[in-house]
Design a protein around this ligand. Structure first.
Ligand SMILES: Nc1ncnc2c1ncn2[C@@H]1O[C@H](COP(=O)(O)OP(=O)(O)OP(=O)(O)O)[C@@H](O)[C@H]1O
Length: 324
């Protein structure tokens, strides 16, 4: 649905050049929620703005729903942009307009007749759970409600793609949860593809199907969340399951195993190999609706003596890391 190929963007200023996006390739499949996770200054906003060409890449191409946006003339680009919704950290609402007035705005720009507009605005506000606040001004709404207006407005052009620029960063954890639930719900009900940028691991854990980690303008790791969890050296997996440095224990094999779903791994291991397994540490999370965890196990004896048990783990777990 979205293909980013070799995109670069450098800001030039008297203080020196900043290569905000330093050659990024990324593919977002139709219907998925894709998160770009990175620290402040990593280049996430610049990358996101390149996707609807609010920012012109210096090099590379961006294809959305089969159309290479860089080939479009200004009028066609404006039309294409209307089909790519965007929501913002600070909502970007017009303070002089009511919730309904804000949602109506893009419809006015699109030339939708007044009657149809009113019906569509009511429908959109209902969709985001704000049907009863149509006449409220932004100043009379909570942060979460303002973001709901932002989402309704972004959906006015019936986009297939929604871009989210830190949409929950200004919200408290509970409100963040309700907005993420709404985004997941819209993703499923409308088949909406969502590309979001965030600095919060929590957002990735809650709703992302796939994730890219961005550092200094580059993607260092990318793919479906469950695939990344299976890689022992994955920075995402380490960030999600924080186990700390392994202890050095005499005549003991310390091993980290990643498991997905309801797992009988430990009991099977103990039974099959008659081994006295201890759990030293563990982190279990719900990721995009499924359970996954990383457990740190201690097996009596050296790794060589535990070869059969370790083979068992390698065959059954999605990732196994034996500590030396
Ligand atoms: N208009 C601009 N002019 C000059 N430099 C810019 C401009 N916009 C961003 N930058 C620089 O580009 C780099 C990437 O910024 P960007 O906003 O894309 O990162 P980010 O990951 O979204 O961070 P944040 O969450 O803090 O916005 C930073 O070093 C930033 O200072």
């Amino acid at each position: 649905m979205i293909r980013i190929d070799g995109v670069r963007r450098t800001y030039r200023s008297r203080g020196g050049d900043v290569e905000a996006v330093a050659g990024v390739d990324l593919t977002v499949r139709a219907g998925e929620i894709y998160g770009v996770l990175g620290r402040s200054g990593a280049g996430k906003s610049t990358l996101l703005r390149c996707v609807n060409l609010l920012e012109r890449p210096d090099a590379g191409t961006v294809t959305v729903d089969g159309v290479d946006l860089s080939t479009l003339r200004e009028a066609d680009l404006r039309a294409a942009r209307q089909r790519i919704g965007m929501i913002h950290q600070h909502f970007a609402l017009l303070s002089s307009r009511t919730a309904a007035g804000n949602v109506a705005f893009p419809l006015e720009v699109m030339g939708v007749p007044r009657r149809q507009r009113a019906a569509r605005v009511a429908e959109l506000l209902d969709l985001v759970g704000l049907g009863d606040r149509a006449d409220a001004y932004p100043a009379q709404l909570s942060g979460g409600q303002k973001q709901r207006v932002g989402i309704a407005r972004a959906l006015a052009g019936e986009p297939k793609v929604l871009l989210s620029d830190e949409a929950t960063s200004a919200l408290d954890p509970e409100t963040t949860g309700s907005i993420l639930t709404l985004l997941r719900d819209l993703n499923q009900r409308l088949g909406l593809t969502i590309l979001l940028i965030t600095h919060e691991m929590e957002v990735v854990k809650r709703i992302c199907d796939s994730v890219a980690i961005m550092t200094d303008g580059r993607i260092t790791e990318a793919g479906p969340v469950h695939e990344l969890l299976a890689k022992p050296d994955s920075a995402l997996a380490r960030g999600i399951f924080r186990l700390g440095p392994p202890p050095a224990l005499d005549d003991t094999t310390v091993v980290d195993v990643t498991v997905v779903g309801d797992d009988t791994l430990i009991s099977d291991l103990a039974r099959t190999h008659d081994v006295d397994v201890r759990i030293l540490d563990g982190a279990v999370e719900t990721l995009a609706g499924g359970r996954a965890g990383r457990l740190r196990l201690a097996l009596p004896g050296t790794a060589a003596a535990n070869a059969a048990a370790l083979d068992h783990l390698r065959a059954a777990a999605v990732a196994v890391e034996v500590h030396p």
